[in-house]
Design a protein around this ligand. Sequence first.
Ligand code: SF4
Length: 346
Amino acid sequence: MNETNRTKTPVDAGDAHGPDAIAKTDVETEVPHAAALDYTAYDRCELCPRRCHARRSEGHAGLCGTTAELRVARAALHYWEEPPVSGESGSGAIFFTGCPLRCVFCQNHEISQEGFGLPVSVGRLAQMMLELRDQGALNINLVTPLHYAPHVAQAVRMARDAGLDLPIVCNTSGYETLEAVRAMEGVVDVWLTDYKYASSRLAGALSKAPDYPEVAGAALAEMLRQLRAAGGRAEGPDGRMTRGIIVRHLVLPGHADDSCAVLDRVWKLAGNEVDISVMNQYTPNAACRLAGGDLARGVTDDEYEYVLDHSDDLGFERLWWQQGGTVSESFVPAFDATGVEGPELG
Ligand code: SF4
């Protein structure tokens, strides 16, 4: 990712979108205390908000496209996350197969929707984390992992018992149940979470998830509760985030107003307790190009500036933004099973 701090511009006190326009509220703390997830969660799956009740333990795939067989598409150093995550050395990214949120514009469709990935044991997943550490990774970056939450929690515990001392990053679409997020307390150090839509209509049209805005807001509130309980944002001397939340938002062509509404929600919920990352890297995939309309093009400079100006006006102090061209596939790694096969831990 090619980001830098954007210079914060002065806020016009009369601006209807300024920070005074939105009162920051307390985080809702009345969340269910779910028991730690175990492998019975795959028997009749409710691991994500789809709650499709797939019998994954019996080999049936749910709406996320996965059974209870853990599958991974790539485990390698990754340099394109936000600077507090990737730094100079790279993040140790592990890309999981499948995704409950099937966005029409997905850039990772080979793994999220087409099922690419190899079956691995939980011991192999733990060993991958140690191998990424030995390669110099700044952290272990679990990319869309929570439909495998029982495996992931066990693998992190195994790796830590074997000496893993890196922050664990959970890189998520934001479409998560409170139970799953809560079960990751003490497992995840850094939440790298999307907040994709404020409009239920848009979320329904593009991800078949009209409940996304509320679900993602509740999940973010729980992440924030965990962060506060742990003592707030922290970083190492090298600038790497060791504890915290980065809320990501991808600006979609033709939907800059919804982007501003997303930023309003995040500001109201969390203010400057989170980093915000506003991205312009939207790239139309083949299906979007074929369908035509706004999603067949990239985000214009004017659209991106409009959203970034709104971020500034709200008062976000840790704002990450992208320089350069808007359309690029360079942020999508090769899904070729790099680093997936190898020895098991334990
Ligand atoms: S994680 Fe997959 S199987 Fe489980 S509820 Fe969600 S879509 Fe269904």
